[in-house]
Each structure stands twice: as C-alpha cells, then as structure tokens.
Ligand binder design. Structure first.
Ligand code: HEM
Length: 161
C-alpha cells in the first residue's frame, strides 16, 4: 500500500517535470527564437539568447534528471522492463529516446561542443545560425509532443498495434 503511494507520487512528479521541461522547450521554440531572429543587432541577439537559454538549461538539467529517475522507478515498481521488447509499448521507447537525446545534449554535447560551435557560427553568420537553431528546436519539440500525446493516449486505452 505504502509502495503504491510512492508510485503515485513518482507518476505525479514525472508529469510535472515533463510539463516544465517540454513547456520550456515550447516557449523557446515558438516565442524566444522567433523574436530573436527579428532582432536587428546580432551581438545583442546572441547575448540575450545565452543569458535566457543558459538559465533554462540549468532548470532543464534538473527536470530531465528527475523525469528519468521517476520513469525508471515506475518501470521497476511495475516490473515492466519487458516493455522494451514489445512493439505495442512503442511509447516507452519514444519516452526513453527523447530522454536520451536531451540528456546527451544537456549534459555532454552542449557544454563540451555545441556552445562553442554555436558561438562561432553566430559570429560568422548570425541569421543562418539562429535559423538552424530554430529548426533543431522545432524537430525536438515535435518529437516531444508526439511522445506526450502517444504516451497519454496509450496509457489511457489507445492501441496502435
Ligand atoms: C528515461 C525516460 C523515461 C522513462 C523510463 C519513462 C517511463 C514512464 C512510465 C513507466 C510511465 C507510466 C506508464 C504507465 O502507467 O503504464 C510514464 C508516464 C508518463 N511519461 Fe514517461 N518516461 C520517461 C521519459 C518521459 C519523457 C521524455 C516524456 C515526455 C516527453 C514522458 C512523458 C510521460 C507522460 C506524459 C506520462 C503519463 C502518462 C499517463 O499516466 O497518462 N516520459 N513514463
């Protein structure tokens, strides 16, 4: 019984973290980057982006970590690791894939490579760099939203396979 309460708490925390994380990605993709692209001064654009996204990246690292921990805890609680071998649980694969992509970007690629690379690209051609950045965010946001939709619909009865 007590375990079941922990499962409920983990599920609630998992969804709150997903909301904060994907909501932040949605704001950056649909509002922040398009507004920066419209700014005339490329130096100001880069500075503002670094300040705002830098703050979000810190929060994103924490919520990504908690999303992963609560997700794996739920799999362990339900003894549902076998879902990774069943195609009808495609949404578990998708959740894990999205989590892996963001974990890799936030903890490894961004601090080690992407930050420096993006600064160099923006110094050479700011418009091109920000349009590319926007495209990458659109792809990640679309994948994340498909994941949220697919997961909630499947957990509550939708069956694709
Ligand atoms: C390591 C990564 C992850 C693991 C292991 C994981 C695992 C899980 C598990 C086991 C559940 C409960 C499923 C059930 O009740 O049958 C769940 C629920 C959920 N997950 Fe994840 N998850 C992960 C990442 C993500 C990501 C990245 C997203 C969003 C993009 C996400 C969105 C959701 C949502 C919205 C629910 C609630 C579904 C509902 O109860 O209606 N998860 N997750």
């Amino acid at each position: 019984m007590e375990d079941f309460i922990y499962f409920g708490l983990a599920r609630g925390l998992h969804v709150v973290c997903v909301v904060l994380w994907i909501g932040g990605v949605a704001f950056i993709t649909t509002t922040l980057i398009p507004s920066l692209i419209k700014m005339a001064d490329p130096d100001k654009r880069l500075l503002l982006f670094e300040q705002l996204e830098g703050k979000f990246a810190f929060q994103a690292r924490i919520v990504t970590l908690v999303t992963g921990l609560t997700g794996f805890y739920m799999l362990e609680y339900m003894q549902a690791w076998g879902r990774y071998q069943q195609i009808q649980f495609w949404w578990i694969h998708l959740m894990t894939l999205i989590w892996l992509i963001f974990t890799l970007v936030l903890f490894v690629l961004e601090p080690l490579v992407l930050h420096r690379r993006f600064k160099m690209m923006a110094a050479e051609n700011s418009d091109r760099a920000f349009v590319l950045l926007h495209r990458m965010h659109i792809i990640l946001l679309a994948l994340s939203l498909i994941t949220v939709f697919g997961t909630v619909a499947s957990v509550h009865g939708l069956s694709v396979f």
